[in-house]
Ligand binder design. Sequence first.
Ligand SMILES: [Zn+2]
Length: 94
Amino acid sequence: MQIILRNIMEDYVIVILDRILDNLDCCKCEKCRLDIASYALNRLPSKYVATTQGELMTKLCEFDNGFETQVMASLTLAANVIKKNPKHDVTDER
Ligand SMILES: [Zn+2]
């Protein structure tokens, strides 16, 4: 079985972002979605694990709730920043 090295914070941020995206007051295009994710990721600690692809989701579930709050706060902050400085023309929105 192939073992991969992976920053699961990246997966975690995407999971949480998709969950709260509808509640965020910002552009929801793919560009902004990924800008929000990268902004948050640059401000969160990375968390590397050596795992198999199949075990990845199990590892994601091991994050505790306190951490979820921290990730959500970073994403909300990121959404506000991206909203004020979208990296595309405003007319492109949606
Ligand atoms: Zn956008």
